[in-house]
Design a protein around this ligand. Structure first.
Ligand SMILES: C[S@@+](CC[C@H](N)C(=O)[O-])C[C@H]1O[C@@H](n2cnc3c(N)ncnc32)[C@H](O)[C@@H]1O
Ligand code: SF4
Length: 327
């Protein structure tokens, strides 16, 4: 069996995004419909033992990095216990979390203790009413969560802002100042046409080059690097430690260097955010697959990875919601 995973296009796959739930305590307008209730049921969720076995199979095949995501991962009960088990898996060297931070104040210390080092927090507005309009949630909870994350010692803390024309694009400069003042890294993200919500939200699509030009009217940007920076292209604000990443799946896609796959809570491995190719691990697990069979299945699944998304050519293609895939 190979020591590393390579897909049909020669890309080394060393990163799994693990969705521990498709549920969420927010309803971001580009992600989940406000009245959405069609979540998977507990019987469909992979249990912690099942998750550890699948991630263990990936780790045995050279995957070193796992990001825990959702839905909102903090709504899954006993997440620190799962985290600690994943952190102990041989080969896993980097465990991180994506969260909306609503419940982070309660969990930050336990998650840091359990082995998560890096954390990404979604934050699309610094204005309480606007934040509520975008997410249907409370900004003060998120800010409280961010303070707890700093106190717990996560580093880096990255802020993810989905920029939407006419909704929050006038706040990008404020967000730069906020991140600079707090020692956070900032990443701007283009709205993707994922699910009906994402497809509607792309009517507010803005090319991040325009965001960059607006920021350059206020700050001098110099080339920047970010270890483990993923698909973002980074700049640094001259004279500060602030790094800003631009994630541009639509205006400049980065599929040629894609190194990741996504395991959803129902055990389905999604090979691409923008395509339907997937592989069902739950059925295998529940049919009594051995560890060797799981590793063989991982290799089989990676062979299904498509070359690229088609967000521009086929924007109606992905009907599942982002929270379902694991963003
Ligand atoms: C699905 S969320 C899951 C983790 C957590 N609930 C959070 O919001 O950070 C992961 C990321 O996906 C982003 N996202 C969701 N739907 C999106 C869309 N249609 N276009 C671009 N980004 C999206 C969110 O902003 C967030 O940064
Ligand atoms: S982006 Fe994250 S916080 Fe917002 S609805 Fe989706 S899963 Fe929830």
């Amino acid at each position: 069996m190979p020591a590393t995973l390579t897909d049909p296009f020669g890309r080394r796959i060393d990163y799994v995004r693990l969705s521990v739930t498709d549920r969420c305590d927010l309803r971001c307008l580009y992600c989940l419909p406000e009245d959405y209730r069609d979540f998977t049921e507990p019987a469909e969720w992979l249990g912690f033992d099942e998750i550890v076995r699948v991630i263990g199979a990936f780790a045995a095949l050279g995957v070193q990095r796992v990001r825990i995501t959702g839905g909102e991962p903090l709504v899954r009960k006993q997440l620190p216990q799962l985290t600690a088990r994943l952190a102990r898996l041989p080969g896993i060297t980097d465990l991180s979390l994506s969260t909306n931070a609503v419940a982070l104040a309660r969990h930050a210390a336990a998650l840091r203790e359990a082995g998560i080092t890096r954390i990404n927090v979604s934050l699309d507005s610094l204005q309480p009413e606007r934040f509520r309009d975008i997410t249907r949630g409370r900004l003060d909870k998120v800010l409280e969560g961010l303070r707890a994350a700093k106190a717990a010692g996560f580093t880096p803390i990255k802020i993810n802002m989905v920029v939407m024309r006419g909704i929050n694009d006038d706040e990008t400069v404020d967000m730069v100042r906020f991140c600079s003042d707090n020692g956070f890294t900032l990443r701007f993200i283009e709205t993707m046409p994922i699910g009906s919500t994402g497809q509607t939200a792309t009517s507010h699509y803005i090319d991040l080059q325009q965001v960059r030009e607006r920021i350059e009217q206020h700050f001098t940007l110099v080339p920047g690097v970010m270890p483990g920076g993923g698909p973002a292209r980074y700049v640094q604000v001259a004279g500060t430690d602030l790094r800003i990443g631009f994630i541009t799946p639509l205006s400049q896609h980065f599929c040629a260097t894609c190194n990741r796959v996504r395991l959803a809570v129902d055990g389905r491995l999604h090979l691409c955010l923008g395509q339907e190719h997937s592989f069902d691990f739950r059925t295998l697990l529940r049919a009594g697959a051995t560890d060797r069979e799981l590793r063989e299945a991982v290799i089989e699944a990676i062979a299904l990875k498509p070359e690229r998304h088609e967000f521009n050519e086929k924007p109606q293609q992905v009907v599942r919601f982002m929270a379902k895939t694991g963003g």
